[in-house]
Write a protein that binds this ligand. Structure first.
Ligand SMILES: [Zn+2]
Length: 424
């Protein structure tokens, strides 16, 4: 898939972002979910803030209603139902490398792909644009389909496009992806001297944040460079989210958040949604993935070059197979690695400021043992119970915190719209 190629390119060139694949075989860490954990899971509104499944919709023609037992994808309506996942923020991610010159078109195509899935399954999935929509979907036992744009390059430096995306239902935007755009520095290339950086957010970038506040679009600081984070925190009038970020105190990846950042999110009233990617959650995995990154990228490049020489198009499924072969060499970390990040952020930022941002279908299977799809979410609830978390605190982590932040972003938007006119 396109995301994978771009991640690989990034890791090859920058050694920051490593796309790794985990073996698809079932894990050796089978956690039994107790009746108590099941009851908590089922009484919560469970919200995940990052799944890359739209690329599957668009590039593979994947149907979210699929019940194919051989499908290694993380998300389907069936898997969501089994894990009691109530709301998913589908990631609208435009590969900057392969969509130069038409970021907006690809953004619209991905948005369309989510609507088309909802239209295909009206009995089980519904588009959702507000906290009230998510609550209604929950009552109707349907998956609430929300959307977040991953990477500010999608707006093509045009505030009008930002507003168009809001009108189509996009409710968060990650200020940058792994690429620095023309108004926000990214953690993915911040040490690359060939990239023109801005020392965080430009004046236009700050204007984008304020317009997002006014519209009621959540400001997402996952992926951004540290200075961009601090600029966004200083400028925003509403709580921010990290839609899929883990803790740098536990794994030294530049994409992860420092404890100072976590405390700043507490002060801001926001929430950090923990990423399930093994590389961000387990230092051994991260080290092993970095160590093999160059060789893996070379193997993939050879495949791409061979195809080009034959005048053929790159086959993403075949590339995925190569990726998985390499990743199979790295042991999958235990579920404990993921739970440690939730626990750390709950301790440093507070239990009101942590949630779940899986990155499902964006890491090609590189999740901890026991988490093979959305159907396994109740194992996280069990693991939190085992660590002594109360039912009320677990419900906050599963979705309550995100809904509080989303509601506050809606309230700030109403206040700002009562006071101001749109940015030019
Ligand atoms: Zn991401």
């Amino acid at each position: 898939m396109k995301k994978r190629i771009s991640l690989i390119t990034a890791c090859f060139l920058l050694c920051f972002i490593v796309a790794v694949q985990a073996p698809a075989q079932s894990s050796n860490a089978d956690i039994q979910v107790s009746a108590k954990a099941r009851a908590i899971q089922e009484s919560a509104i469970v919200v995940d803030t990052h799944a890359d499944t739209p690329q599957r919709f668009l590039d593979e023609g994947f149907d979210i209603g699929s019940t194919d037992p051989n499908d290694v994808g993380h998300l389907s309506l069936d898997k969501a139902r089994r894990g009691n996942l109530n709301a998913e923020f589908f990631s609208i991610w435009v590969d900057p490398a392969t969509n130069q010159g038409h970021f907006a078109k690809h953004t619209f195509d991905l948005i369309d792909s989510v609507y088309e899935q909802a239209a295909r399954h009206p009995d089980r999935m519904i588009m959702a644009f507000s906290v009230a929509d998510i609550e209604r979907a929950h009552r109707e036992h349907k998956l609430a389909a929300c959307m977040g744009i991953e990477g500010g390059h999608s707006i093509e430096n045009d505030i009008h496009l930002l507003r168009d995306y809001y009108r189509l239902g996009v409710r968060y935007m990650t200020l940058s992806w792994s690429n620095t755009n023309e108004w926000a520095d990214s953690s993915g290339d911040i040490d690359d001297p060939k990239i023109q950086h801005h020392n965080g957010l430009t004046d236009f970038g700050k204007q984008v944040v304020l317009e997002m506040n006014r519209l009621g679009m959540m400001v997402d600081i996952s992926h951004v460079a540290d200075k961009t984070f601090w600029d966004a925190i200083a400028v925003t009038k509403a709580p921010v989210i990290a839609s899929h970020s883990s803790a740098r105190a536990l794994v030294d990846a530049p994409r992860n958040m420092t404890d100072d950042m976590l405390r700043a999110v507490t002060k801001n009233g926001g929430v950090v949604q923990v990423n399930f990617f093994s590389g961000f959650d387990d230092q051994n995995f991260w080290n092993a993935a970095k160590a093999q990154a160059k060789d893996k990228a070379a193997a993939e490049q050879k495949y791409i070059d061979d195809l080009k020489a034959q005048g053929k198009e790159v086959n993403y499924i075949e590339l995925d197979r190569i990726d998985r072969e390499w990743t199979a060499k790295i042991p999958r970390p235990p579920l404990k690695s993921l739970i440690d990040h939730i626990d750390h952020i709950a301790k440093v930022a507070g239990v009101d400021h942590v949630g779940l941002g899986s990155d499902f279908d964006g890491v090609s299977g590189a999740t901890p043992q026991g988490i093979d799809s959305a159907a396994d979410l109740p194992k996280i609830t069990q693991a939190l119970l085992d660590r002594g978390y109360s039912a009320d605190d677990i419900k906050k982590i599963l979705g309550g915190n995100l809904l509080r932040v989303f509601g506050e972003v809606e309230r700030v938007s109403r206040d700002l719209q009562a006071q101001s006119s749109p940015a030019k």
